[in-house]
Design a protein around this ligand. Structure first.
Ligand SMILES: C[S@@+](CC[C@H](N)C(=O)[O-])C[C@H]1O[C@@H](n2cnc3c(N)ncnc32)[C@H](O)[C@@H]1O
Length: 287
């Protein structure tokens, strides 16, 4: 007996709901397995579903429910700023909050450096390359370099840059060390570093804790370890006129702003809030 698409979809949606997962995951996964858009899927709900597709689709649904595999790992991608970024276990799945950081950087660049050519922009801890690739594509005048300590993450970021046609240079290294060693001075440093306090890691949801790289999450005892290092190392790499843009964990805004004010007493430091009203970005402008 062959089931119709809508029968399998209805069953999977309520199965997901019963297990505390989002129902819409069923539609996403089924579109993926059938290589259809959502509109095409909805137009074919009464078509029969091939048994092989039904089985591979249900295998993914079970993995999501019983093993907490993130849906992005089942699909192999996540959307960021309207573009598809490939993801795997070596990179953080890019989050919507980070789109707000990218937006903030693009806006600030346009008014801080209205007539500068080829600004040197560095994305530290690039992961999937979401920030670096998006900045390069949204403003092709930027000269974007991405750094990560994980060689596997850099591989994925480079693949994303190539697929999306972005010109980004990649450096393997520890935070700003590749720039310090080369005595390179830059205009913009942007980073979404690991910022989860170590004590909070055990209570993260299994979808995050079991599948996202710990190196992308753990920010030392209080979550601020990377910002402290940035505050020490940034003065060695920034030009006189420069922009620093960080994503921070909710509640960390003021602490990170203080670190930047200590490092750059003359800078204009600003804590910005995300769409959910949480302190999420800290910007420092040196001029
Ligand atoms: C929170 S993830 C951010 C990934 C990506 N930028 C994004 O916003 O989706 C942090 C990234 O920093 C990298 N990282 C961790 N420690 C690092 C270090 N010491 N130097 C450079 N990168 C580091 C991790 O490998 C990870 O890719």
């Amino acid at each position: 007996m062959r089931y119709k698409i809508y029968e399998v979809l209805t069953w999977a949606s309520s199965f997901l709901k019963q297990h505390g997962k989002e129902e819409k995951v069923a539609e996403l996964l089924l579109c993926h397995h059938l290589r259809l858009t959502r509109a095409q899927l909805l137009a074919r709900l009464r078509d029969p579903l091939a048994e092989s597709v039904r089985q591979s689709f249900l295998a993914d649904v079970y993995q999501h429910v019983y093993e907490h595999v993130p849906v992005q790992h089942l699909l192999g991608y996540e959307y960021f700023y309207g573009r598809e970024f490939l993801v795997n276990r070596h990179v953080l799945i890019p989050r919507p909050e980070t789109e707000e950081l990218v937006q903030g950087v693009l806006t600030r660049i346009s008014y801080l450096f209205p007539d500068s050519q080829r600004l040197d922009v560095i994305d530290v801890g690039t992961g999937s390359g979401a920030i670096a690739v998006t900045l390069a594509l949204e403003n092709p005048a930027l000269r974007v370099t991405a750094i990560d300590i994980s060689a596997e993450a850099l591989q994925m970021a480079a693949r994303n840059a190539e697929r999306l046609g972005a010109e980004v240079a990649f450096l393997h290294g520890d935070l700003l060390q590749p720039l310090i060693e080369a005595n390179r001075k830059v205009d913009v440093v942007v980073s979404n570093p690991p910022y989860i306090p170590e004590r909070d890691i055990p209570s993260l949801s299994p979808v995050v804790k079991n599948y996202e790289p710990i190196q992308a999450l753990a920010g030392g005892e209080d979550g601020l370890a990377f910002y402290r290092r940035f505050a020490r190392e940034l003065p060695l790499v920034l030009k006189e006129r420069a922009l620093v843009a960080f994503e921070v964990g909710a509640g960390q805004g003021e602490a990170v702003a203080s670190l930047l004010k200590e490092a750059f007493p003359l800078a204009n430091v600003e804590v910005a809030f995300d769409i959910n009203g949480k302190d999420r970005m800290v910007y420092a402008t040196l001029s």
